[in-house]
Design a binder for this molecule. Structure first.
Ligand code: ZN
Length: 379
C-alpha cells in the first residue's frame, strides 16, 4: 500500500513520514479511527514505507523488492495478526492468524477499508465473534526471537487490537515495553474503550478523523460517474469509506438485477426461447455466489411487485427504475401465481447452492416462471 492510495488523513501521513525521516520511529504505535476511516491502509502504507529501500520524501518507491512483496502483503519482516475464529476448514484446537493468512491477504488486498464483519463474512463465520488469542501472542514472541531479518525495521501489525483477549494482551506486555531493536508494533483499532490500560500506556497514539464527504465522493468517483449521486452516497456513509463502497456496489448490483429480471420476465411471458437461451448463457457465466444473489434479488423484486399490487402506497419505498417496471408487471401478478414463482426461485436457489448444473436449473426455472405468468394472463 502506498500513502497515495490512502484517502485523506494527510496530516497524520506527514507525521508518520517525518518520524522515519528523523529516525524517531516509536517502537509501539496505535492508529485509532472509526470504521472506514482508513486506519488499516494507513498502517500498511506506513509499514511499507519503513521497509522500502528507496523511499522518497512523500511515499514508498513502489518498485523495490520490499515494495513488491508489500504489494502482496508477503514481506518476511511483516507479521500480521487479526481477529478470527474457527471455520469449517480450520477447526483444530490451537489456531492463530497464520492459519488464515491467505484468506486475510486476499480480503484486504480486495478492500483495505473492510470492516471486521466483512472479514468474518469472508470466512463464512459472521455469526461468530473474532478474537486475537494467546497463540497469536506466542507466535509474535517466537518470531521476534529470530535475529535475522532483511528490512531496516520489522513490523508486527495487529489489526483491531481491541479484540485481543486478556491472555493474549498480557503475554505481549513485556515485549511491547522492550521490543528487540528496530522492531515496530503497529496496532490498529476502532476504539480503545475495552483495551487494557497497560497496553495503552505503552503505545504512541495516533487518532484518525472521519473522512469528509468530499474525500469520500472523490474516492468513489471514477470520473465519468454522476457527481451528485456520489455526493448522496458520501452523505449516507457518514465518513465511512467502506460503507460508501458497499452502498455503491449494492446499487450497481440492484440495477443490474432489475435489468436482468425485466428482460427475463418479458421473455418468459411470451416464451421467447431465443432470448431465454441468451439469458441462460449470461446466468451460466456468473459465479455461484452471483447466481445465488441474482435469484435472491429476483425474489425481492417479485415480493415488491406483490406488495405494490396489494398495498399500492408502498411505492414510495421503491427505486425509480424499479417503480416503472413494477407498475407494468403488477398486472400479471396475483397472490397465487406469485407464490408459485417464489417457490420456484427458492428451489432454484437451493439447487444452485448444492452445485446443481446452472444451465439446467435456470432453464427449468424459466419454464416454471413462464407457466405461472401465462396462467395468470389467461384468467
Ligand atoms: Zn520501495
Amino acid at each position: 500500500m502506498l500513502f497515495s492510495q490512502v484517502v485523506g488523513q494527510s496530516e497524520l501521513k506527514k507525521k508518520l513520514r517525518d518520524s522515519v525521516m528523523n529516525s524517531r520511529v516509536a517502537h509501539a504505535q496505535m492508529l485509532v479511527g472509526p470504521v472506514g476511516s482508513g486506519s488499516l491502509p494507513l498502517a500498511l502504507a506506513f509499514a511499507q514505507y519503513l521497509a522500502c529501500t528507496n523511499r522518497g520524501e512523500t511515499d514508498s518507491c513502489g518498485k523495490c523488492a520490499a515494495c513488491v512483496r508489500y504489494a502482496k502483503l508477503e514481506h518476511p519482516d511483516l507479521q500480521l495478526i487479526f481477529p478470527k475464529n474457527k471455520t469449517a476448514k480450520i477447526d483444530h484446537k490451537n489456531f492463530s492468524s497464520k492459519d488464515f493468512l491467505p484468506e486475510w491477504r486476499k480480503a484486504v488486498l480486495g478492500n483495505p477499508y473492510l470492516s471486521l464483519n466483512d472479514w468474518l463474512k469472508e470466512l463464512g463465520i459472521d455469526n461468530k465473534q473474532g478474537a486475537i488469542n494467546v497463540d497469536d501472542s506466542r507466535e509474535v514472541l517466537q518470531n521476534l526471537s529470530y535475529k535475522a531479518y532483511e528490512a531496516d525495521y520489522r513490523v508486527v501489525l495487529i489489526w483491531l487490537a481491541e479484540h485481543m483477549n486478556a491472555s493474549a494482551a498480557n503475554k505481549l506486555l513485556k515485549i511491547l515495553e522492550e521490543p528487540p531493536e528496530r522492531t515496530v508494533f503497529l496496532m490498529v483499532a476502532e476504539s480503545t474503550e475495552n483495551m487494557l490500560q497497560t497496553i495503552l500506556s505503552r503505545v504512541q497514539m495516533h487518532r484518525l478523523g472521519r473522512l469528509s464527504e468530499k474525500e469520500i465522493s472523490e474516492a468513489l468517483s471514477t470520473g465519468s460517474d454522476d457527481g451528485e449521486q456520489m455526493e448522496k452516497l458520501a452523505h449516507l456513509a457518514d465518513g465511512d469509506l467502506n460503507l460508501a463502497k458497499n452502498l455503491l456496489e449494492d446499487q450497481a448490483s440492484i440495477s443490474a438485477s432489475i435489468n436482468f429480471f425485466i428482460r427475463w420476465m418479458r421473455a418468459c411471458f411470451v416464451l421467447n426461447l431465443e432470448i431465454l437461451q441468451e439469458l441462460n448463457e449470461e446466468f451460466n457465466a456468473l459465479g455461484r455466489e452471483q447466481q445465488k444473489a441474482l435469484l435472491a434479488q429476483s425474489e425481492t423484486i417479485l415480493r415488491k411487485v406483490l406488495m405494490y399490487r396489494t398495498l399500492p402506497e408502498t411505492k414510495t419505498k421503491l427505486l425509480k427504475e424499479e417503480l416503472e417496471f413494477i407498475h407494468k408487471f403488477s398486472r400479471f401478478i396475483q397472490v397465487e401465481n406469485t407464490a408459485s414463482m417464489l417457490e420456484a426461485l427458492n428451489e432454484a436457489h437451493y439447487h444452485i447452492e448444492r452445485n446443481a448444473n446452472a444451465r439446467i436449473t435456470f432453464a427449468d426455472l424459466s419454464f416454471q416462471m413462464s407457466d405461472s405468468l401465462m396462467s395468470q394472463a389467461m384468467n
